[in-house]
Every structure is written in C-alpha cells, then in structure tokens.
Design a protein around this ligand. Structure first.
Ligand SMILES: *Cc1c(COP(=O)(O)O)cnc(C)c1O
Length: 450
C-alpha cells in the first residue's frame, strides 16, 4: 500500500463522517483533498477540481489567499489562543468593530462563538433571556419556518423544519410555532407569485396576532432557505416578515450563516430589503472559509437589558472555550480586508448575471424542474416528471450520481437530496464559472438522459 492509499485506509478504519451514510462511504473510493489553490481543490494525486460549493458554502476569496494566509501567520507569531472570558485581544476587538460597521444598521454588539449552530443557540438564548430581564417572562416561544435549517444542536434543531434531519429527534426538541415559508415551485397554497399577493404571509400574521404576547422571537434565513434546497423567497417577502415582527413586538433573528458575506450579492441578505434585525447570526463566510468562527450580533436595546450590578446576575451566562479564537479573528479580518481591496462585491454582480444566463440552458434538460438563484446561491431541482413535478425516488440517488458525474469532470459539488447546489467562491473567475456550469450540465445530462 502506498503512503497515499494509507490515508484512505485510516479514514475508513477510524473516521465517522457528518451527514454521510457510512455504509456507502466504506464501499467508496474516498477523495482525499490535500491542498487548495484559488478556486481549486487538489487531491493527493495532484488532480484539480473546481470547488463548486465553496467547501460547504464557506470559502469566499479562494483557497490560499495570500492576504488571509499572511493575516493568520502574523497572528500565529503573537499568540494562537487566549481566552475571551475576562480578557480580550486585538483581533477580537477589531473584528467586532469591523462587523458592526458592515452589518445592517442597528446591530451594535458582537458575541462570538465557533459555528453556525452555536451562533443560533446564542441568538435564541439572548432573545429568551432578554424578555425575562424586561419582566416579560411569559415570552417563551419562537416562531420558525417549515423547511428552515439553523444547525444541528438541540436548540437550533428545535427551530429547524427539515423533517429528515429533525423528526427522529423530535422528543428532545422544544416546540416552536412553525409556519410555512414560501416555496413557490411547490406552493402549499397552489398559488403563483406575484398574482398570489404573498398570501402565505397570512398564516404568519395569524400566528403573530394570536401568540405575539408569548413569543420571544422569530427566526428566519433571509432571502434563501439554504439547506432546504436553495429555496428563494419572493422579493418583498423578507421585508414583510420583518415589518410584521415589528408591528407585533416580536424580536427578529436573521440567520445569515449561509447568506452572509456576499453570498447573495450584498454583504448581508437583509440589506437587499432594508431589514435591520434585532439579532443576526453569522458564521460560514466569516473567516473566508479558513477557520471555525461565528458571531451573534445584537442591538443596543438587547444588550442593555443584560446590564446590571454583579449580584443581580444579569450577565449572559454563555460561552465557549475557544470563543473568539485569535487566529480565526485574524482570518476574519483578512477576509474583510480582501472584500475591500479586491472590491469583491462590485466585481461579483457581473458574474451573477453571467451565471444566470448560463443557467438558462439547463431548461433543455428534461429532468430540470426548477432553477433557483440568488447571487451565488443556486439550486437546480431535478424531477422525474417535469409536468407533474414528481420527484425521483430516493433509491435512485440522483443527486449523488450527479455529484460523481461532475467529479469525473473536475468539479466538486454536494447536493441537497435531488437539488443540485452551486455555490462557488465569490472570487471565481468567469472562465472557471463557465467550466463549473458546463460540467454540472453535462453531469445532469449523463445521469438523467441515459
Ligand atoms: C450551515 C448553517 C447553519 C449551521 O452552521 P454550522 O457551522 O454548520 O453549525 C446554520 N444556519 C444556516 C442558515 C446554515 O446554512
């Protein structure tokens, strides 16, 4: 056995992979990624692949970006980690300042954690405790959406709504008031936008009307429900949800873990519709896809509720050992610097249009039922019967087959069931973008039109 083969052996012997049927994995020939370069991933044999989903939606400016590499190295020369409990450090303080500067207005404080799910947990706990401290301890409930995804910890799962991930654990979860989110391709009201006048908002309004006095907050993935299959909300929907929350005095939590840091074409999705959340969770793109770090931003109003004398114990009792890890904060500062220096968002808008144009031709493929795009978040929903919108059966593993067919063509993607996801790094060049789209087109064709 060559040295390289040994990694596969060790992996299969000792590792349990997330969201992976390990029986399939153990029968497979795993792809071992050894390095990265720009938008390319390179395996142990030196084969290059376009990173078509930004290493699970987090890479922003490509791999091995010199500026971010340097930011981390320079921090490493100083210190890798020191605690944020009772102490602070330069990158943690500076990053908080920078985040508040670019966040939707009104968000003034930054609470760090290490991943998207914990950033959501923090938001939920903050909202809940906020009302207690305001003397409204009856506000215990959260409003969440069908098909929402907020992470895999118990609290985050409680406000998530993808049955495949959460139902088995239902007895462990706290109940939340779950309302339908728009899924225009499969509208539960069988209406069509814009003729529908967003009738789906009525359900939310009813719930708010009836339950607002016992609700702490509503949590939403702004503009796009990512893990549900890149389900894009109709324009104006987010704004209306936010207005309703304000009207009924319920806190609004934006989970920008997937949509944040340019993925939708603006720094944050809320900024497309002038929405200023009370709490906002960010993670994936925060460090440019380099290191695990997350943050929950909140308003002065929320923050101030926690102020008091030591003996009143109003402090927010939450934290993690690696909260605000300095290396990760340095990476995040590097990430934001690249956004500025390379005018990433400006340069992206042309590429978003290009992508949109290239996606048009997917309609030629009989199995393509719906094409959804917001910025660089794309979902191509494959169906067995376009007219009936009938899905493939899970046994057919269509999504997985397309992934393998794309891999043969030098592209790494990961599907969500039968929704083929494209989420390239924002820095991808036009040439690579075309290669990516072409490879995925051919892959879908190969698998569905045999
Ligand atoms: C990925 C994701 C999360 C969870 O983030 P992790 O870092 O994987 O815990 C939460 N919310 C949304 C919208 C996400 O896409």
């Amino acid at each position: 056995m060559g040295l390289k083969e040994r990694f596969k052996e060790w992996d299969k012997t000792y590792v349990w992979h997330p969201f992976t049927q390990m029986k399939d994995w153990l029968e497979s020939d795993p792809l071992v990624i050894e390095r990265g370069e720009g938008v390319y991933l390179i395996d142990i044999y030196g084969r290059r692949y376009i990173d078509g989903v930004s290493s699970l939606w987090c890479n922003v400016h490509g791999h091995r970006h010199p500026l971010i590499d340097r930011a981390i190295k320079e921090q490493l020369e100083k210190i890798a980690h020191s605690t944020f409990l009772g102490l602070t450090h330069p990158p943690g303080a500076e990053l908080a300042k920078r985040l508040v500067e670019i966040a939707p207005s009104g968000l003034k404080k930054v609470f760090y954690s290490d991943n998207g799910a914990t950033a959501v947990e923090v938001a939920l706990k903050m909202a809940f405790r906020y009302w207690q401290l305001k003397g409204e301890s009856g506000r215990k409930k959260f409003i969440s959406f069908v098909n929402a995804y907020h992470g895999d910890t118990i609290g985050a799962m409680s406000v998530s709504g993808i049955p495949l991930y959460t139902e088995a654990f239902r007895p462990l979860l706290f109940p939340s008031l779950r309302v339908h989110a728009p899924y225009c391709y499969r509208c539960h009201l069988r209406k069509t936008f814009p003729g529908c006048g967003m009738e789906c908002l009525k359900e939310l309004e009813e719930v708010l009307k009836k339950h607002h006095y016992e609700c702490a907050a509503l949590i939403i993935e702004p503009l796009v429900q990512g893990a549900a299959g890149m389900i894009v909300q109709p324009p104006g929907y987010l704004r209306r949800v936010w207005e309703l929350c304000r009207h009924y005095g319920v806190l609004f939590i934006a989970d920008e873990v997937a949509t944040g840091f340019g993925r939708t074409g603006k720094m944050f999705a809320c900024q497309h519709e002038g929405v200023t959340p009370d709490l906002m969770a960010v993670s994936k793109g925060l460090t440019g896809g380099y290191l695990p770090l997350a943050a929950t931003l909140c308003t002065e109003e929320v923050f101030e509720a926690f102020l008091g004398e030591y003996h009143e114990f109003k402090a927010f009792f939450h934290g993690h050992t690696y909260t605000a890890n300095p290396l990760a904060c340095a990476a995040a500062l590097g990430n934001l610097e690249v956004f500025e220096k390379e005018r990433t968002l400006e340069k992206m808008s042309h590429k978003v249009d290009l992508l949109k144009k290239e996606l048009e031709k997917f309609w030629n493929l009989e199995a393509v039922g719906d094409i959804r795009q917001k910025g660089f978040m794309v979902g191509i929903e494959l169906v067995k019967d376009r007219d009936k919108k009938a899905p493939f059966s899970p046994e057919e593993k269509i999504g997985q087959k397309v992934v393998l067919a794309a891999r043969k063509r030098g592209v790494i993607i990961r599907p969500l069931g039968d929704v083929i996801v494209l989420m390239p790094p924002l820095a991808i060049g036009e040439w690579e973008l075309s290669l990516l789209v072409e490879a995925v087109y051919e892959a879908i064709k190969e698998v569905t039109e045999r």
